[in-house]
Design a binder for this molecule. Sequence first.
Ligand SMILES: C[S@@+](CC[C@H](N)C(=O)[O-])C[C@H]1O[C@@H](n2cnc3c(N)ncnc32)[C@H](O)[C@@H]1O
Length: 342
Amino acid sequence: MPDSIGCVMRSRVCKDAPAGNNAVTPAGGPKVMKNGVRQDEHPGTVGALIDWCAGELDAGGVYCGHGTASTIDESASLVYHVAGLEHDALNHNVRAAHYALPIDAKQFEQVHELLRRRIDRRIPTPYLLNEAWFAGLKFYVDERVLIPRSPFAELIVARFEPWLGHAPVRRILEIGTGSACIAIACATAFPDSTVVATDVSDAALEVAAINVARHGFNDRITLLQADVFDGVSGYFDLIVSNPPYVPEAEMESLPAEYLHEPSIALASGPDGLASARRILQDAAGHLESGGMLAVEVGAGWRDLEAALPRLPFVWPALERGGEGIALIRATDLAGAQSGKVS
Ligand SMILES: C[S@@+](CC[C@H](N)C(=O)[O-])C[C@H]1O[C@@H](n2cnc3c(N)ncnc32)[C@H](O)[C@@H]1O
């Protein structure tokens, strides 16, 4: 398998092409663009370029785990971005019209350059584009924050029904906000609420501030530097957290794409449950009596349940994939406090 987009392109397209930056035209031959790509290999339309690009991603052996499930989806993100198109996945007519649009040589070069960085350096596509989607909303992202992909999205959009019932949700706390995608999705889903969104990382909070401002929530979302609950005051109707939950020993075996994400957003002690335990230990002291805690632990959910048999966790079915979001009522948490959450 070729380890470089340059090799992929040259082997598939133009073995003898010069590697210089400027376009040249061999006598009587086709124009050769940057990195040895021949202009006559130009796929022509958005749809054809998406297919071509997916083939390059497949040949380059990239790992898709950052908001897209396949190389064709990643390819569409790259091409749409360069073509200045907005996704409208539900509208097939719009999509067909987009796919028929022409691609020019400059756009082809831009896509090729992005592909090179994606394949050679294993940079996840959302970091290349500084763009990620969560709960139908667009977010600025860079390597200071985890790329949004939590299955929390579908629960938030559904306003945690039926588990929250009709209890008013006025104050929400999000622990470990990263890009602020969950805080912003919550503020959108619960328009009468205010949200306190915390992170221990100042760098992450800088990115969160960009997104809070872009979504116009400066008046409803407060960003706070805090270590779990240390530095958090008050009571909340809903506490939401997607804390780090990768067991430390697993960090080294993650696909290279994940090494671009902050390790503080992923690793959480020997069994991956260190952060979740801290949250479960102290959440009762910050929840209103009718409140609820929602915390994600991914594949560690069975271990958590086995370790804390006194807590009546609810694990909602996640229709869009993912696993391991626990819902726990304040009263159940308080009842279990006589036993140590450890
Ligand atoms: C898995 S990421 C989740 C980011 C974002 N909420 C999302 O769902 O995309 C975990 C976040 O928790 C933050 N974090 C790690 N340890 C923390 C701690 N002790 N207190 C608060 N936040 C913490 C990390 O900096 C990171 O932004």
